[in-house]
Write a protein that binds this ligand. Structure first.
Ligand SMILES: Cc1cc2nc3c(=O)[nH]c(=O)nc-3n(C[C@H](O)[C@H](O)[C@H](O)COP(=O)(O)O)c2cc1C
Length: 268
């Protein structure tokens, strides 16, 4: 009965049950974790803090900045699950300061993930999947880190369908998925491209950048653009202070139907 139900839901019953392990402060990552666990019939556990971060954004920034300066990470409660039992662990977190939130750093110091397959997933204001996955690989060099899934907090409505596509494309779930083509070659931005970039990024406070080049590819309901952009730098008041060179970044922007352009992630 269970097997018949699992097959009907497209769950791969031959695979060992994965574990979805996550930290979430304001429930965005929790929603992704629950979506993955439901779709895979996986076990799920939330990483809880001994002293949780206050729900207030300002207070969280203040506390986390202090902890960073002191080089400490918050204490986590013991896990209820035995991580050693699982071969595949979906590890979820919000991006804080460009990488996984500090409770994950605490976890990675406590738990040995050698030999395990880790699928990172995260939610973020603008981006951080790639940098956090690289840090994961650095922290647990003997774990196999697969390509993960990340979504902007502002695009949580698109998450369930994207998770479905992600799980199918990465082989965790059976079923049809859309295989996207390659991006065209990058070319210098036109006025029209700049307008798309400006419409998507607008006055988003964390991205102050000028688009340089762009490539595109077809997606089911429109076009996805991959912009390269150069960080805008303020001139220092003292002309003798040398500016560090501006950083280059990649921005992914989608335009679907007649909807306004939205950026899906920034890779710095
Ligand atoms: C202390 C703090 C630092 C953050 N730093 C970043 C960041 O560097 N980059 C980013 O894109 N978003 C950043 N965010 C936004 C969160 O990643 C985003 O709101 C996320 O969806 C929160 O997930 P949660 O609801 O599971 O806690 C930060 C949020 C907080 C509270």
């Amino acid at each position: 009965m269970v097997t018949a139900m699992a097959l009907m839901c497209g769950i791969n019953v031959n695979a060992q049950k994965p574990l979805v392990l996550y930290y979430s402060q304001t429930s965005n990552t929790k929603a992704v974790a629950e979506e993955i666990a439901t779709k895979l019939g996986a076990d799920i556990e939330e990483i809880a803090l001994v002293t949780p971060y206050d729900g207030d954004y300002k207070a969280t920034i203040e506390r986390s900045k202090k902890e960073r300066e002191q080089g400490i990470t918050p204490e986590i409660k013991p896990l209820k699950v035995d991580v050693a039992k699982y071969d595949v662990i979906f590890l979820g977190y919000p991006i804080w300061y460009g990488t996984y939130a500090p409770p994950i750093a605490t976890l990675l110091n406590k738990v040995d993930l050698s030999g395990k397959t880790i699928v990172p997933f995260c939610t973020f204001g603008s981006g951080g999947l790639e940098s956090s996955a690289a840090n994961l690989a650095h922290a647990q060099p003997k774990a196999k880190i697969l390509d993960g899934y990340g979504v902007r907090a502002a695009r949580m409505d698109a998450m369930p369908e994207e998770v479905d596509q992600f799980l199918k494309a990465s082989g965790f779930l059976k079923g049809e998925y859309v295989k996207l083509g390659d991006f065209s070659t990058q070319h210098r931005v036109s006025d029209e491209d700049i307008a798309i970039f400006e419409a998507a990024v607008g006055d988003y406070p964390m991205i102050s950048a000028s688009p340089l080049t762009v490539a595109s590819r077809a997606i089911p309901d429109g076009t996805e653009y991959l912009f390269t952009a150069l960080e805008k730098r303020e001139r220092p008041i003292d002309p003798n202070i040398a500016l560090r060179p501006p950083k280059e970044m990649n921005l992914y922007i989608i335009v679907e139907g007649d909807k306004a352009p939205v950026f899906t992630r920034v890779v710095r």
